[in-house]
Design a protein around this ligand. Structure first.
Ligand SMILES: [Zn+2]
Length: 109
C-alpha cells in the first residue's frame, strides 16, 4: 500500500467531502510514530506478573498494540484516536520518563 503524505491525505479528504464521501478519509492519514516504544502501565497484570507494556506498531485496523516487555505477550490493541493522542502528546512534550498509567475503560468498571 502506497504511503501518502499529509498534503495528499488532506486533498483526498477535501475531495471526498465535496463528493459527499467523507468515509474515504478513514485510513489515508499518516500518523506520527513518535509514541512507539512508550512505556504503559496497565490496570491488569500479564500472566508473567508484569503490569507494564510497551506501545508497538500495530497491524491492519489498529495503528498500535501493547506488548509485555517481560515475556512478549500481546496485551491489547490501540485505537487510531488513542494512538494519535499519544503521538501528538509525545510530539509536543517529549516521551515521559515514567510509564503512562492506563485506567480501566468505562465498560470495564
Ligand atoms: Zn508478560
Amino acid at each position: 500500500m502506497k504511503r501518502r503524505t499529509e498534503a495528499e491525505a488532506v486533498r483526498i479528504f477535501k475531495d471526498a467531502v465535496r463528493a459527499g464521501q467523507p468515509d474515504l478519509f478513514a485510513v489515508s492519514v499518516p500518523v506520527s510514530h513518535s509514541a512507539v516504544g512508550l512505556a504503559v502501565q496497565l490496570p491488569s497484570q500479564c500472566q508473567c506478573g508484569s503490569a507494564n507494556a510497551a506501545l508497538c506498531t500495530g497491524t491492519g485496523l489498529y495503528p498500535g498494540k501493547l506488548k509485555c516487555p517481560k515475556c512478549g505477550k500481546h496485551r491489547g490493541w490501540v485505537s487510531h484516536k488513542t494512538f494519535r493522542f499519544l503521538a501528538s502528546t509525545v510530539d509536543h512534550f517529549g516521551k515521559p520518563t515514567e510509564p503512562v498509567l492506563v485506567r480501566a475503560g468505562a465498560d470495564e468498571q
